[in-house]
Design a protein. Structure first.
Length: 155
């Protein structure tokens, strides 16, 4: 499926406000609500829209201490990778995990209440996982840019 300009506009608007009504979208884009509904359904069916979520306020839920943790595995054997990844997926403190190139094998984004909560996470959860050779943690001072939006332009 090839996206046209209207599809891109719909995707941009929905990324800003997924609760916008089809009627509101139709008035912004000069299309009928039915046409908007059909376009959104087509975008969903073709996996351009994966899900709709609520973004929480990290301060309010006491998860505003963000740590980027680099992990080096003992080996790069397939069973090391798959076991490590399955274990990481099960940890609710880990918001994101990327298999990366370079000196480390994985980059984790961890969100907890504070430094003490991170220490407990490291001691009781992360460092107990099999196959971890070493870790390196960097603590976020402030978020300069944090977005979930992919700008859909005329690329």
């Amino acid at each position: 499926m090839q996206l046209d300009q209207t599809d891109k506009q719909i995707l941009n608007i929905l990324q800003e406000d997924a609760k916008i009504t089809n009627k509101e979208l139709s008035s912004q884009l000069n299309l009928s609500p039915t046409a908007i509904y059909e376009r959104i359904k087509k975008l969903e069916r073709n996996d351009f829209i994966k899900n709709y979520v609520a973004l929480l306020n990290d301060d309010k839920i006491e998860r505003d201490f963000v740590v980027f943790c680099q992990i080096k595995l003992l080996q790069h054997a397939k069973d090391y990778l798959t076991t490590f990844e399955a274990d990481i997926i099960a940890l609710p403190e880990v918001l994101e995990c990327y298999h990366i190139s370079g000196d480390y094998d994985y980059l984790l984004k961890v969100a907890v209440k504070d430094m003490e909560a991170y220490r407990v996470f490291m001691v009781t959860k992360l460092t107990t996982l099999q196959y971890i050779g070493s870790t390196h943690s960097s603590f976020s001072i402030s978020a300069v840019k944090h977005t979930t939006k992919h700008e859909m332009g005329n690329e």
